[in-house]
Design a protein around this ligand. Structure first.
Ligand code: AMP
Length: 149
């Protein structure tokens, strides 16, 4: 078995991904692993100048990226506590593809993600990120489900 030295966790800032993140952080602490926290900005192809013609695509993209960077910073400062062995990545694309590419690039030994994410349009368009990552990842994947109330 490859030791869990590099853990990659995918966050979409949903309740389920927050919950999965707790597992990733606990495992990173226990295995003394480096933690990579990735957020993927869904490529907003359908928005290009159509719904919001007064905003250029470049401007929209810039604002989305800036907002994602802020969300990641807030996330890290509220969730990581004393843990410092981490890095963050914000990329644009299709979440499952980017998560797998980042895991390969970082030579991740484990991927941690939620079984569910934000509901709505993204899921209808792209299907289940968790399922696609489980099917295609080159390393073990831990999927974490929110406990039922
Ligand atoms: P989903 O398949 O969309 O229901 O999401 C399942 C899990 O995949 C979430 O709990 C996250 O851990 C991860 N995920 C989904 N979308 C993204 C995203 N845009 N960026 C990073 N992780 C994501």
């Amino acid at each position: 078995m490859k030791p869990f030295t590099k853990i990659l966790t995918a966050v979409d800032f949903s309740e389920n991904s927050d919950y999965a993140f707790e597992y990733a952080l606990t495992l990173a602490n226990q295995f003394n692993a480096e933690l990579t926290i990735i957020h993927v900005i869904n490529e907003p192809v359908d928005l290009r100048g159509f719904y919001v013609p007064h905003i250029s695509f470049e401007q929209l993209e810039k604002e989305i990226e800036e907002s994602a960077v802020k969300m990641m910073a807030t996330f890290c400062s509220s969730k990581l506590g004393a843990f410092t062995n981490y890095k963050t990545a914000i990329v644009t694309g299709i979440p499952c593809d980017e998560i797998i590419a980042a895991a390969d690039k970082n030579d991740a030994s484990l991927i941690v993600l939620g079984t569910h994410g934000r509901t709505g349009l993204d899921r209808i368009l792209f299907g289940s990120t968790a399922e696609r990552v489980v099917r295609s990842a080159g390393c073990p994947v831990l999927t974490v489900r929110l406990p039922t109330p």
